[in-house]
Each structure stands twice: as structure tokens, then as C-alpha cells.
Ligand binder design. Sequence first.
Ligand SMILES: Nc1ncnc2c1ncn2[C@@H]1O[C@H](COP(=O)(O)OP(=O)(O)OP(=O)(O)O)[C@@H](O)[C@H]1O
Ligand SMILES: [Mg+2]
Length: 272
Amino acid sequence: MPRVYAISNQKGGVGKTTTAVNLGSALAMQDQRVLVVDLDPQGNASSGLGHHKALVEQGIAEVLLGQAALPDILRSTAVDGLHLAPASPALVGLEVELVGLPQREHLLKQALATVAADYDLVLLDCPPALNLLTVNALTAATGVLIPLQAEYFAMEGLSELLRTIAAVRKVLNPTLERTGIVLTMVDPRTNLASDVATQARQVFGGEVFETSIPRNVRLGEAPSFGQPVHVYAGGSRGAQAYHELADEVLIRAGLKQAPAAAPARKARQVAS
Ligand SMILES: Nc1ncnc2c1ncn2[C@@H]1O[C@H](COP(=O)(O)OP(=O)(O)OP(=O)(O)O)[C@@H](O)[C@H]1O
Ligand SMILES: [Mg+2]
């Protein structure tokens, strides 16, 4: 069975989609079979992987409505081994349609079961809301990855997400784990980033990944080319950071061995 990670934070613009696309790409480059599922009506993960939602006739919305089978809607991407279940225009407003369906929280889990043999890891790009699409993601997931933007009040609102995770665990998915918190858009020139990191580590300890994602212009540019950063700017700091995050995720998943002793942080020479 694949590891399924919901990438969730109801706060907008914190790096969920950037993480889904580029962590997915980094994992695929380590020979993992990876599926990214775009659950956000904005369709940013789809366009970031080269498939604009306006051009998608059958996407994950049609699958959840029982109008298409998941294997039939999958797309390839610029990275071998990285596939996409795209958003289509029907994802807008889907939430309302799902409310009336039986088993409405379990629809994504049931769909993913049909491709379970084909993937090692599945990343669910959630919308910036704690709605039924996010509940479907949390119900289908083995773990949650929480991007946390290094900014003032970053931790505000996190308690709502943690309460939702706890509620889903109680009622819908008892084995759901909090896999980790990843600090995003870290600007190493400010103290703010280290303040947020320190605070997050005080509260959440080892739940916070050691790798944090720097603010990097290449990460912001890559989506407009429909490419993960590893294709667009493989030598960039952003690309490197997602490689390091992929290592940590694989270690936490038990898919890779941790290095015997924690090595000193390698200072690599990379282009911006
Ligand atoms: N580390 C980074 N460095 C530079 N730009 C970034 C970085 N991470 C994300 N961005 C940019 O910031 C914006 C928001 O990021 P992203 O779309 O990943 O957030 P999100 O949480 O998915 O947003 P939403 O809640 O709207 O779905 C995007 O324009 C993205 O390209
Ligand atoms: Mg997004």
C-alpha cells in the first residue's frame, strides 16, 4: 500500500502546492512511483505540472462523482515516475455536490484503492480550507504534512487544523499520523525565520522537519513553465531543499535508512 500524505493548511499561500509538486518530483527522482492529486479547485498543482485545468475534461472531480475511473484520468509530467490526477473545471462547486452522496468522506480513499498497486507515495494537494475535500484527503491519508510559512502569526490557525486532524482520527481514520511540519519561504537574511522555527520546534519538537524550504525565486517561476523546479532549475537552492525534504520524508516513511550519525549540514555550492 502506498504512503498517502495530505499536504494541508487552511491558510492560503503557505506553500502547499509548491511542496506537492516539488516534493513529488524529488521523490520520483529517487525512483519512487509518485502520484500527485490536485484537490484544489484553483488547479495550481495541475498547471504547475503542465496540465491546465481548463483543458482537462475528466479530472479528480469526475472520479469522486463516480463518472470516471481514476486510472483513466491520470497524466504524465515532465518527471519520469511522477503522475498527476488533475483538477478539471468541475472541481469548482464539487464540495456542494458531494454533500448529498453516501460515504461522502470516503470517496477519495475508495478511488485511491484502485491504483494502490501502482504507486509508492501519493501526495494530496489540499485547498486552503477545512472543507469536505480536505476531509476526504485526511480520510484517505496515512499522514499529514503541514507547510508552515515563516511569517508573523504563522502558528495562528494551526490549532484549527490540528483539531480537524484529531476529529478525523476519532471518527473516520484512526491511524492518521501527523507526519511533519515543514517551514516554507524561509528568508535566511531575517531573524524572523529563525524565530518562527524556534517557536515551532518548541511547540512541536521533532515533528518539525530539519529541512526548511528557502524563499527562492526559481520555485516561484517554475509553475509558469508547467515544470517542477528540478526540471526548470535543477541546480537551484529550491531544488536542493526539496531533495533534502524528500530524504527526510522517505526516512520517516521507513522507505530509506537514516544515516548512521547525523552528518553536519553540507554547505553545497549551488546557483540561485
Ligand atoms: N519557497 C518559495 N520561494 C519562493 N516562492 C514560493 C515559495 N513557495 C511558494 N512560493 C510561491 O508563493 C505562492 C504561494 O505558494 P503555493 O501556491 O505553493 O501556496 P499554497 O499554500 O498552495 O496556496 P493556496 O492556499 O492558494 O493553495 C506561489 O506563487 C508560489 O510560487
Ligand atoms: Mg495551493
